[in-house]
Each structure stands twice: as C-alpha cells, then as structure tokens.
Design a protein around this ligand. Structure first.
Ligand code: TRP
Ligand code: ZN
Length: 880
C-alpha cells in the first residue's frame, strides 16, 4: 500500500530536473516471485540540484554512483535525492527486487495467466526500478530479459531484437534496443507463453516492417481483425497526416488482466484482450468497432504521444485529446468507406452520446476539471472523459475553425518543431496558430475552464424584410469565466423540409446551407437575409462545440426536425430532445403515459426505409438513464425507471407489427462480416427485440429465444439475450442465460458480457429477483474473479453505472454493497477501486433520502485507515 496522505501536485509548480538520464541499460532476471532488475543509467547534469530518483514498493539491493555508495543521499516518501556537487556526468547502478505474482495493482511488473507483463503509465516504472520517472526525462533504452525458457518462451521489449540465446539451467535471454529516446512510462516488457500472428507490410517510403499480434495459444483465430485494423491505421496515418511507422517491428500483445483499454508502449503495445480478440461467434459488431478504434488509437500515439510527448501529466490531453480525435476521424473514414456518409454520421452520434453520458455529468460534479487540470492528488484519477473526450472535442473545434488543410499544416509545424521533445498544450496550439496566421489566444481558454458552457439561442424573424436575427448568448458554469470561442454550425429548414442556402447580412449572394458562426463574445447577433418566418433553425449541427444548446422548440418543431433535418446529427439530436422531454414529463407524472404525437414521430422514423437501419437504430434508442438523471432537477432513479419501463413497453406494443416486419425484412444473409451496413441491420433488429420483449410480445419473445439459442454470430445472439434479460419474460430469460453459460462458460471475454447483462437488468415485475441479490450470487460464480478488472467493470461497473434504479435503492442496500466493494478494491487495486468509487460522486443530485444514505457510506469509507490516495481523493472530493 502506498502512503496514506497524498499531497496535492500543482501544475504551476513544474520545474525541470537538475539531472537527466541519457541511456539506461536494464537487465531483468525474471521470475514470478522474485525478479531482479539491474539498472545502469548514464546521467548528465542540466541544472543546479541533486539527482532525483523515484521509487515505490521496491526491495532495493544495491545503489552505487560511479561504482561506490553515494556520499550524500536522502530517501523519503519514495524520493531519493543524491547530492553530486562538482559532477556533471555519473553512472548510477540500482539493483532492485520485485514480486510480480503479488502485484494486484497491475501497475509495474505483474503476473497474468502465468505470463509477466508491465504497465508503466503513468507512474508504474518506479515500481520496477528507481528512476526519475517523469515524462520530461527522455532516455535511450537497452533491455535484456532473462527467464526460464519453458514458462516464458516469448521475451519482448521495446524496439528491435538485437540478440538472443540459450543460458544454463533451462533459461534463455533476449536483448532489445529501442532506437528512440522515450519517457519511462512508455517502457514495456512481456515474458509469456504466446503465439503470434505476423504480417509484413511496406510503408510509404518503401521500408518493409513486421507487424505482430501476440495472443494466448488457442486464440490465433481471433487475431485477424486487430491485425487488419492495425494495417488500416498505418495506411490512414500515412495518407491523412503523412506520418509513417518509424520502427522495423511493431507488436501488439493481448493480456487478460489489465486496468484500462490498452497502452501505447513504444513498438510494444499491450492491450486488454477485449480490445484485440474477435471472431464472429464470440464478438459483437460493437466489439469489432471498439477493437478497430483502440488499435488505431494506440498506433496513432506513436506520433502523438511517443515521438512528441507530454512535459508533465497536466498536459495529458495533449496526447489523449489529440489521439482520440485522430482515432475518431479514422473510424469515421473507415465506416464511410464501407457504409457511406450515414455511417460517418452514426459514428459522430455515438461519440457525442458517450460525451453526454460520461463527460457532461463529470463536468457538473465534484471532480469537474478543465481538460488541462491545475491540480491533482492521484494522476490515475485524471484519465477522465474530460481529458479524453472533451479534449478530443477541443481538437475537433480547431479542425473546424482552421479547416482540414489548415489543421494539417499545424500538425506538420508541430512535428517539425517538437519531434523528440516533451512539450505542453500551449506548444501545440501555438503551432496551429503560427501555421495558419490565426490568433488562438481566446481559444486557449478551453484548456483552463471547466464545466459545460450553455449557448442560448433566440430566433427573431422580420417578416417584411425577410430577415432573421439569431441571438446567441453563452453562459459559463463558473460565473467569472471569460467568454470562449465557440464555433456554432447553423442551418435553416423550409416548410417542406429542405435546407435553405444561407445569406448573412453583407453577403452578395446565398451560399452553403450550413454556416459556421464564431461566437466569441458573451452575446452576439447574426442576421440572415431572405429567410421567411417559419423557417426552422437547426443549430450546433454536427455538434460543432461541446456545449449545451438551449433553444425553445415546440414538440411539433422537434418532430419536424426529427423527420426532416438534413443534418443527420441534428436529426438524431431532435429525437433525443423529444425523448428526453417526454421521459422527464412522464417521470414527474403520477399516471405516466406516452403521448400519441410522440409515438407518431417515432413511427415516422422507424418506417422511413430511406434511412439506413444504423441511423434508425441510434435515432430510436432512448437516451441513457445517466444522461436523463442529469437533466432532472432532483435525480429520482425510481421515477425515471418507471417512465422508462412504460415508454419501452408502449413503443413495443404500439409498433409491434412494424418491429416484426422490419425484423423479417432486415435479416442479413450469408456469412458474418464486419460491415456497417450489416451491423446496422443487426442493430435495428436487436433494438426491435428489446422493445418487443419489453412489451412481452409473444412473437418477439419467441424470436429472441430462438436467436439467443441458435444465432451464428454473437451480435445477434447477445442482442437476443439482452432483450430477454431486459424484459418481464423471466423464465425465458433464465433459460437463455443458463444455455449461454453452458456454451461460453470457459470464455472469459464472453462471460464478461453475461455478467454485465445481468447486472444491468431492470426489475420489470415484482416476481423478478432484485438485481442486487443476483449480483451478490454472481460474485460466487467460478468465472468471476476480483483480481480481473474486466470482471469488476462487467459486474459492478455495469450495475453502478447502467442500473441507477437498482443501485440507488431506497433501502440503501446498493450503497452498502458499493462501499464494501470499494473496501476490497482499495486494498487490492486502488486504480480500479477509485474508478468504482467515482460512481457515487454525484450523490448530491439525488433525493434527500438517497443523499442521506449515500453520505453515510462515503463518510464510513473515509474513516478507513488504509485508504489509497486514489480512492481518498475521489471520496474527499465527493464529500467536499
Ligand atoms: N495511454 C493509455 C491510452 O491510450 C491509457 C492507459 C493505459 C492508462 N493503461 C493505463 C492510464 C494505466 C493510466 C493507467 O489511452
Ligand atoms: Zn491514449
């Protein structure tokens, strides 16, 4: 366990270190219980002060400077300082011992399924050896791995394999050299029994490179999609940004126990197996999509993160926001290539749905922070939706403001200035500004302001002059904040549903139908000429900025835009607004009912076969409960759940024949392929089953039973299972769950889905067992394990996040269960524990009775003696 009191680190306190490390040679004598690490560093002075080495949880066996014990050395709180007055260059040797099999935090060197793996971002390298473990220290690494040949036949590290051979007593070794200086957080090693999928490709400059995907024996038939995704990402970065792979060898390794999604270690990406392994029988379309984007994300980090890295962890969004933006653009291009422009729009919709569900509540809660935070206690807590997803939106706004070419020029200049450096967000925005001759000083405020801005829109027509004045007013959650630069994409639709070419005051003729307005003041007016009263505004098209757009619209106007808006994003958004408003009204009512006009609007979209099934699916999917709760004045999960149940049952019953008809018409013939068209058809059929089963429709339940048992691919099988579990058809659901378990009980990744779907189950009737009791029983299931983060996320995360009505139970049992899990995880894996702890951070939004119950549990936890800094920071802020 780490120290109990966590000091707050401030961005303003950044100072360069007095000493840097030019080269490091690591010799690992690997063993599951006792691995010895011999670390030889060539250090040089670059300023006044001691040499600093950081460490955590290490057994130190030796430390010498130029071959002798240091004369003046302090060692406190994981920080060694060695005074080296008069020296400008020294060799430091440190020998440490670690026990990978006891490392339950999965940070540093740890064991998983008999293999040894590392995870160093953000501060795991100091759990392997003493080192100035900060991203601004860039070092050339040479690594020798020595291990038992039988247990660990594969020995990998960053860069190129330069030597390997046999040793005595059944041991062997491999020596790796990384030609590029890198920060320690990008170091990695793997020693395990794995099989590999190889592919050779030629890069744009004509170099042949070896791409590899390493998986456990028996999983080779699930590695192709990850490999294809890697090749596509490599090509895309060459074509889109002129960025080439800089190594001769690029490896991806799948591991079963991993705290996050994946890690971009130089030349040796380590992945949560769930973002590598896919075959049609075990992975859904959504899994395929996630794999494609995570593989690309880590690959893109090679330039945005590795070649140019972060000066300090406050700059995290420099690499993450930019790289998320890049992976979003890549996925959108790939989808559009196969499925046309609607597929691109659907991707955008999915990304915004994530932002609204995860980031908006974060930005309105006790952990709210700017995309570049000013202070933290545990950096692991700042790998957030704000840094990643809002960070990507900020980059997207730059792309919108500068245009694709201007953005590309900015990227080129950024690399020409900063390749090989550890830099700041200012450096990035300055390169964008200089390359385009555009002042971005005001834009920089996006990096320092927290909270979601609201833009109020007021539309006034002057019938005689045929002008329309659009007044936009921005307001900030922190009242004193200066106004932001907000690009607002705007269109108008005429009475028959066509987009109108727009003419702004002062322009000679009408131009494009969508115009991007730059809102830079608190309030601004934009006058459009030649617009008839009754033209319908369509604002913030494509979600051109991460803001809340507030405008008074009648139900009829929303239904109109839902049916006609030429911007697919806004068409979806109109549906979301209509659903949100309707569900909130139902939740506030004693006798909730779905209005007829709403059903009609829904019906119109469902039966508009000119719209791609993928689009109809997202348009007809209700907003997440997490998002809806955020919209309530007082979050009342029970009232909302009642409304959700009545809504889904009504839509299933009222449109049963339509759902059944589409189900038949959209059956996808032939072999499974991952293709947006096919995936869209499957998704709409799955959505139909959800509504039909919710209504306990006899035919719908029958179809779901058949498909859950017999479908050839996991998308259809799991879609059907989910529909049954999420319905009042208790017996059918139980039979399907048991059969599913019998088929897939030995497959960890598939079982994750089985756990997750049960944890998210609503209670449709009093006969159904309460979800919490079910979850408690499932923790005893042989496939469940507290040591595996994927299991924690599937069983607990899915419950806390996706099942508010059952989690926020009026008797407080959900909160007690939560607190007990935090206690367990705090000791075992604080990073994951803190993630779970965050799931109650917005407790003050709930009803007074729930608040009281939540407070008791949070306060109780804070009395625990050995709270990790990660968990403590979250709880203290939640209570704060
Ligand atoms: N940099 C990783 C990414 O691409 C994130 C990550 C992986 C991470 N493992 C981690 C962050 C462990 C913190 C701790 O997004
Ligand atoms: Zn990343």
């Amino acid at each position: 366990m780490r120290t109990e009191h966590a000091p707050t680190i401030h961005r303003a306190d950044y100072r360069p270190l007095a000493w840097t490390v030019d080269t490091v040679e690591l010799y690992f004598s690997l063993d599951a219980e006792a691995s010895i690490v011999r670390n030889t560093m060539q250090c040089t002075r670059q300023g006044d002060g001691p040499l600093v080495l950081l460490h955590e949880g290490l057994m130190r066996e030796d430390l010498t400077v130029n071959g002798a014990p240091p004369k003046a050395m302090r060692d406190e709180d994981g920080r060694i300082e060695i005074d080296l007055d008069g020296e400008d260059a020294v060799e430091v040797v440190v020998v440490t011992r670690v026990n990978p099999s006891a490392n339950t935090e999965l940070s540093g060197l740890y064991q998983s399924a008999g293999g040894l793996f590392t995870q160093c971002e953000a501060e795991g390298f100091r759990r392997i050896t003493c080192f100035p473990d900060r991203p601004d220290v860039m070092t050339r690494f040479t690594v020798t791995l020595e291990a038992d040949r039988r247990d660990y036949p594969v020995l990998l590290s960053n860069g190129n394999l330069v030597e390997q051979g046999e040793l005595e007593a059944g041991r062997h070794y491999a020596k790796w050299e990384d030609p590029f200086p890198k920060p320690s957080y990008l170091f990695a090693l793997v020693a395990a029994d794995l099989v590999v999928l190889d592919r050779k490709v030629t890069t744009v400059s004509g170099r042949e490179v070896l791409l590899q995907v390493y998986v456990e024996a028996g999983n080779l038939d699930r590695a192709d999609h990850a490999m294809d995704s890697l090749v596509n990402a490599l090509r895309w970065d060459e074509e889109t940004f002129g960025l080439e792979l800089d190594l001769d060898r690029y490896m991806i390794v799948a591991v079963g126990d991993f705290n996050m999604g994946a890690m971009e270690n130089k030349g040796l990406n380590i992945f949560n197996a769930k973002y590598v392994l896919a075959k049609p029988e075990t992975a859904t379309d959504v899994d395929y999509e996630h794999i494609e984007s995570v593989v690309a994300h880590e690959y893109f980090h090679n330039w945005t993160g590795n070649r140019v890295t972060c000066r300090d962890w406050f700059q995290l969004t420099l690499k993450e926001g930019l790289t998320v933006f890049r992976d979003q653009q890549f996925s959108a291009d790939m989808l559009a290539r196969a499925g046309g422009e609607t597929a691109r729009a659907v991707k955008r919709i999915e990304d915004v749905r994530v932002l609204r569900t995860a980031q908006f509540p974060e930005d309105a809660g006790p952990m709210a922070h700017p995309i570049r935070p000013d202070a933290y206690q545990a950096i692991d807590n700042f790998y957030t939706a704000t840094v990643y997803e809002k960070g990507a939106e900020v980059i997207r706004m730059l792309h919108t403001i500068l245009g694709p070419e201007g953005f590309r020029n900015g990227m080129d200049l950024y690399f020409s200035y900063h390749d090989g450096q550890a830099v700041t967000c200012d450096d990035f925005v300055e390169a964008m500004s200089e390359a385009n001759g555009v002042d971005l000083d005001q834009f920089m405020r996006w990096y320092s302001q927290r909270g979601t801005p609201t833009v109020h829109a007021d539309v006034a027509f002057d019938g005689e002059a045929e002008t329309c004045t659009l007044t936009l007013t921005q307001s900030r959650p922190d009242k004193d904040d200066e106004p932001l630069q907000i690009p607002v994409a705007v269109g108008f639709i005429n009475a028959v549903g066509d987009d109108i070419p727009l003419r702004l005051q002062g322009e000679a003729e009408a131009g494009a139908t969508t115009r991007v307005l730059q809102l830079t003041e608190r309030q601004q007016q934009f006058v459009f000429e030649g617009l008839r009263p009754g033209s319908v505004p369509s604002l913030l098209r494509g979600f051109s900025a991460p803001v809340v757009m507030a405008i008074n619209e009648s139900d009829a106007q929303l239904a109109f835009r839902m049916a006609h808006d030429a911007d697919p994003f806004n068409r979806w958004d109109a549906a979301q607004r209509y659903m949100t408003r309707t569900l909130l009204a139902m939740a506030a009512s004693d006798a909730p009912e779905v209005p007829r006009a709403f059903i009609a609007a829904f019906d119109t979209v469902l039966n508009n076969i000119a719209l791609d099934p993928a689009f109809r699916t997202v348009a007809l999917t209700l907003p997440s409960e997490a998002y809806l709760l955020e919209q309530m004045d007082v979050a009342d999960p029970a009232a909302l759940r009642r409304a959700m149940i009545i809504m889904t049952q009504t839509l299933g019953r009222a449109l049963a024949d339509d759902w059944l008809g589409h189900d038949e018409a959209l059956a996808v013939p032939g072999e499974y392929r991952y293709h947006p068209g096919d995936a869209g058809s499957r998704a709409l059929r799955n959505l139909g089953l959800r509504y039909l089963c919710a209504a306990n429709d006899h035919q719908g339940v029958g179809l779901a039973e058949l498909r859950a048992a017999n479908a050839k691919n996991m998308s259809e099988r799991f879609g059907a299972l989910m529909a049954l579990v999420q319905s009042p058809a208790v017996e059918a659901a139980q039979l399907a769950l048991t059969a599913f378990e019998q088929t897939f009980g030995g497959d960890a990744l598939v079982m994750d889905k089985w756990f997750a779907v049960q944890a998210a189950a609503w209670r449709w009737s009093p006969e159904q067992p309460a979800t919490l009791e079910r979850i408690e029983a499932l923790t005893q299931h042989p496939a469940f394990s507290l040591g595996n983060p994927n299991k924690i996320y599937s069983l607990f995360g899915s419950f806390f996040r996706n099942n508010p009505a059952e989690f926020h139970r009026p008797d407080g049992a959900g909160y007690r269960f939560w607190a007990d899990r935090i206690r367990e995880l705090n000791a075992r894996n604080p990073q994951v524990g803190a993630r779970m702890a965050r799931m109650l951070e917005n407790w003050r939004r709930y009803t007074p009775e729930l608040q009281q119950l939540a407070r008791e549990q949070i306060e109780g936890l804070l009395k625990e003696e050995a709270l990790s800094p990660d968990v403590r920071e979250v709880l203290e802020k939640a209570l704060g």
